[in-house]
Design a binder for this molecule. Structure first.
Ligand SMILES: Cc1cc2nc3c(=O)[nH]c(=O)nc-3n(C[C@H](O)[C@H](O)[C@H](O)COP(=O)(O)OP(=O)(O)OC[C@H]3O[C@@H](n4cnc5c(N)ncnc54)[C@H](O)[C@@H]3O)c2cc1C
Length: 267
């Protein structure tokens, strides 16, 4: 196994063109005796270890920043992101795994994706042909796959009223079977659920939180009953999907405070 410790963007582009695989914390990449022939380490690049706030309140997260460091930095500004991190693996795992490694690891279920997507995170991506360029963090984007390195992630300053994260797993610190995030803003509600198909389900709805949430849950139930893309495991079974929908939306609704009597009257 060869390790390239790139200190310039040109060196990153060359290594990616030669098929080097980007190394985060190695918790997935090097698990179970795997050893890719060429690894690309980004830690010597400027900004890789930075976790800092910009003048506009946005948060820069470099490629070497661990989950532990992120959790401490966002406790007061993005409690839902901090909660998602706290529920991931053990403290040792969270010290090793990087924020970008978790997100670049494109699996059907990711505990960090829903709250990061809802927060409007963007990622700085470079490939052998060009960049670095900013892209929205999204499973729909061309940011995943080989020959790409994520250099940083930026979370814009919070501009929502409330964000919540819920996770359903076998035990508290296991990877989720499914999870979901919900964001309440002045003009409506957004939800992102992962582990419900090969890619997360995302929806938004205008209106007051409780009504918008109920509308989203109804749309979600339609998604569950149509013959769309499914994860090829127990999550594909109709009975499971039905039970899943019920419990997940109950948990999301419970995570959102009910409106006060006055608010309900105004709505
Ligand atoms: C004990 C344990 C518990 C876990 N618990 C959870 C959990 O509760 N919830 C959950 O969601 N996940 C969990 N995970 C899984 C998690 O999927 C990954 O192990 C971890 O997030 C990967 O982060 P890493 O920094 O170690 O990346 P690595 O293992 O180094 O890399 C993972 C993948 O991402 C790519 N990659 C890494 N960094 C970059 C980058 N900067 N640019 C481009 N590509 C990159 C690598 O090439 C590789 O394909 C757990 C894993 C373990 C081992």
């Amino acid at each position: 196994m060869r390790l390239i410790e790139a200190a310039t963007l040109d060196a990153v582009r060359r290594a990616l063109a030669d098929g080097a695989v980007v190394l985060g914390g190695g918790t997935r990449l090097l698990a179970d005796g795997q050893s890719p022939p060429v690894l690309l380490d980004l830690r010597r690049l400027p900004g890789a270890s930075d976790l800092s706030s910009g003048a506009d309140g946005s948060l820069w997260v470099g490629s070497a920043v661990s989950l532990t460091r992120l959790e401490r930095a966002v406790r007061s500004t993005f409690p839902a992101i901090a909660e998602a991190v706290r529920l991931m693996g053990s403290p040792v795992f969270r010290n090793l795994a990087t924020v970008l490694g978790r997100l670049a690891n494109r699996e059907p279920v990711s505990d960090l994706y829903p709250p990061m997507r809802l927060a409007g995170a963007r990622v700085l991506v470079i490939d052998p042909a060009g960049g670095p360029a900013w892209h929205p963090l999204s499973y729909q984007g061309r940011i995943y796959g080989p020959h790409r390195a994520w250099l940083a992630l930026v979370i814009p300053p919070p501009s929502f009223l409330l964000m919540r994260f819920v996770k359903m797993a076998r035990t508290r610190l296991n990877g989720a079977i499914v999870n979901g995030g919900v964001l309440i803003a002045d003009d409506g509600v957004k939800a992102v659920l992962s582990g419900v198909g090969p890619e997360p389900w995302e929806g938004d709805c205008a209106g007051n939180p409780q009504t918008a949430l109920a509308n989203l849950a109804a749309r979600w139930r339609e998604y569950l009953t149509v013959d769309g893309p499914r994860i090829e495991d127990f999550r594909a079974a109709p009975a499971y999907r039905e039970a899943l929908g019920r419990v997940l939306w109950e948990q999301l609704a419970a995570a959102v405070p009910a409106p006060s009597k006055r608010q309900a009257k105004e709505a």
